[in-house]
Each structure stands twice: as structure tokens, then as C-alpha cells.
Write a protein that binds this ligand. Structure first.
Ligand code: IPM
Ligand code: MG
Length: 356
């Protein structure tokens, strides 16, 4: 039986994760999904209980599990804390501790939501792109980092953008392999006109591309990519980006799909072991109000079945159920448009579970 560790986290995390759990339990009951769920604390919830955003015990549990399903971390309550103790450190420690270097963020526009996007329907309809984001390196983890005091008494902040060739190679392989199963195009994102690290990124990705003659590689500077994403997003198939560029571009891409509440993600190691989480944050402003869109988390659970538990049939069932519920006109507030029925977080979860 597959062991899944569920880490709801903070803010809207518990509400949205509860819907994904509802869906998984419904699959267990209706379709015999062989899964065992246990729950733990991460982020602010763990700080409150254990004074650390991730305990050794929870990390060990995550390492032992077949997959981890996570909600979101962070919130104003912990904003004043030192960088090294913040809720986000729990998430970063999980990514690093499980070696989840490959973050897959599919931005797919459900045809039912064409009018929920802030962009014109003709710009986004049919959108299906995949952001492959490097997740355990780059400026997020580079040393040295900190805030130091200069001789003149002024404080200076510094971070380090580092990538070794092997780190670039392994994420490039993930992007090319993903492209082979799609439209066979990879666009690698860099700032090679200014930053040495990303010039190396471009060089290494180009070298790896030679092993994938069936995939077409292009390169784009990150500022241009940000513009192209809103100008003509359908030109992209797979976008390969480093940790920080991928973080930023994936939030941007999410809005093409109508709402960041639709964007699922998988973070994988070299053995396809993974952690699954919505790409959005903990949305403290709407936490506890039963307003949040649980679909990104539910779709993350589908990715979990597909990638880590090798259960394509049940993954397909979840995705189809989401489609049915959208067909029926049910919408949470973030994706609501005229003529649709506005539902709460838990009503959306109930409807998806019922549609399985
Ligand atoms: C994400 C989030 C995280 C990140 C934060 C919460 C640390 O924005 O998963 O995109 O920056 O990676
Ligand atoms: Mg982000």
C-alpha cells in the first residue's frame, strides 16, 4: 500500500488539502485506490507546535513515504521572524532534504475557463504549457548569503546565484524528456546577457540538447519571456527555468489559466519520488473562510498518482471529475464568471469527489 504523508501547512492549506484528501478517500472507497494517508505539521503550524518549521521526525517521515501532499506555508503571524526560522524554510528544507530538484508546473487552460482569464480568449484558449523549474539550487540555496554591516556602518544584503554543470544537466534532461512526450519543444530561460551563471546554464542546456535530436531547443532572456508569456503564451511547450526565474514565471503563467488556484505542481527527485503542492501560497487574507479554490491541490493529488504511485487510471479519474464539475458550471470565487454557480471550497471538494 502506498504511504502518503499529508502536510496541510498554514493559511488556506488545511482547507484545500482537506478537499484533496476527500477526493483520494472517495477513490479509495469507489475504485479501490490502495493508499494510506498520515498527517504532519510544516511551516508556521510546526513553528507553533515545535519551534521549528520542519522537525527531524517529519522530514524522516517524508523521506520514508512514497509521496508527500502539501498545502501551503507562511502567513503574517510569522512574518517578523528571522529568515532562517520562517515557515518557508520548512518547505525549502523538504525540497532539499528529499532532493526534489525537478519542479513541474503545468499551466493548462480548461476550455470551460476561457473567459475567467484576464487575457483575451483568443490569446489563451487551448493553452497547454509546462514549466520545468530547477528547485534545489540557484539563488534560493547559494552561499554565502545574509546581511552584513559594512565599515561605514551601512548594512548590505547579499545572495549568491550558483549552478554547477551537473545541476543544470539533470534538470535539462527532465525538460527534454518531458518535451518528448509533448510537442517536442523546449525554451530555456536565462539572463545570459548579464549573469555568468545563466550563461553557463545556456551553454550546458545546449550541450544536453544534442542528446535529444527530436526536440527543438530555443533560448529566451527572462525579461522577454515574461513579456511573451502574456503576449503570445501558446508559442511555448516546455519552459525550462532556474529556481528563481521559474518561481516568477510560474505565477505569471498561472494567470493565463484563469487563476493561480488552478496550477498544480509536482516536485520530483531522480527516482520520481515526489512532493505535490499547489503553486500558490497560503492566502492568509481568505484563510478559514471556505473561499479558496481547492482545484490546484486536487490536481496536484492527481499528479501524485500519476508520477509517484504509477496509477494513471485514478489520476485520469480525478482530472475528468474536475472537468465534469467545471462543465456543470461550479466555480469558486476566483474563477467565477457570469452565469456560473459560485461554490465554497468544501462544496467544490464534495462535487469533485461525487463526480469520480
Ligand atoms: C512556490 C512558492 C515558494 C517558492 C515559497 C513559498 C518559498 O512561492 O512554491 O512557488 O518561492 O518556491
Ligand atoms: Mg512561487
Amino acid at each position: 500500500m502506498a504511504q502518503v504523508l499529508v502536510l496541510p501547512g498554514d493559511g488556506i492549506g488545511p482547507e484545500i488539502v482537506a478537499q484533496a484528501v476527500k477526493v483520494l478517500l472517495a477513490l479509495k472507497e469507489k475504485h479501490g485506490l490502495d493508499i494510506d494517508l498520515s498527517e504532519g505539521l510544516v511551516g508556521g503550524a510546526s513553528i507553533d507546535a515545535h519551534n521549528t518549521p520542519l522537525t527531524e521526525a517529519t522530514l524522516a517521515q517524508a523521506q520514508a513515504a512514497d509521496a508527500v501532499l502539501l498545502g501551503a506555508v507562511g502567513g503574517p503571524k510569522w512574518d517578523g521572524m528571522a529568515m532562517s526560522d520562517r515557515p518557508e524554510k520548512g518547505l525549502l528544507a523538504l525540497r532539499k532534504g528529499l532532493n526534489l530538484f525537478a519542479n513541474l508546473r503545468p499551466a493548462i487552460l480548461y476550455p470551460q475557463l476561457t473567459h475567467a482569464s484576464t487575457l483575451k480568449p483568443e490569446v489563451v484558449s487551448g493553452l497547454d504549457l509546462l514549466i520545468v523549474r530547477e528547485l534545489t539550487g540557484g539563488i534560493y540555496f547559494g552561499q554565502p548569503r545574509g546581511v552584513r554591516t559594512l565599515e561605514n556602518g551601512e548594512r548590505q544584503g547579499y545572495n549568491t546565484l550558483v549552478y554547477s554543470e551537473s545541476e543544470i544537466e539533470r534538470i535539462a534532461h527532465v525538460a527534454f524528456k518531458a518535451a518528448q512526450k509533448r510537442s517536442k519543444r523546449v525554451c530555456s530561460i536565462d539572463k545570459s546577457n548579464v549573469l555568468e551563471t545563466t550563461a553557463l546554464w545556456k551553454e550546458v542546456v545546449t550541450r544536453i540538447a544534442a542528446q535529444y535530436p527530436d526536440v527543438e531547443l530555443s533560448h529566451m532572456l527572462v525579461d522577454n519571456a515574461a513579456m511573451q508569456l502574456v503576449k503570445a503564451p501558446k508559442q511555448f511547450d516546455v519552459m525550462l527555468a532556474d529556481n528563481m526565474f521559474g518561481d516568477i514565471l510560474s505565477d505569471e503563467a498561472s494567470m493565463l489559466t484563469g487563476s493561480i488556484g488552478m496550477l498544480a505542481s509536482a516536485s520530483l527527485n531522480e527516482h520520481n519520488k515526489g512532493m505535490y503542492e499547489p503553486s500558490h501560497g497560503s492566502a492568509p487574507d481568505i484563510a478559514g473562510k471556505d473561499l479558496a479554490n481547492p482545484i490546484a491541490t486536487v490536481l496536484s493529488a492527481a499528479m501524485m498518482l500519476r508520477y509517484s504511485l504509477a496509477d494513471t487510471v485514478n489520476a485520469d479519474r480525478i482530472e475528468a471529475a474536475v472537468g465534469k464539475v467545471l462543465d456543470a458550471g461550479l466555480r469558486t470565487g476566483d474563477i467565477w464568471t457570469e452565469g456560473c454557480t459560485c461554490v465554497s471550497t468544501s462544496q467544490m471538494g464534495d462535487a469533485i469527489a461525487a463526480a469520480l
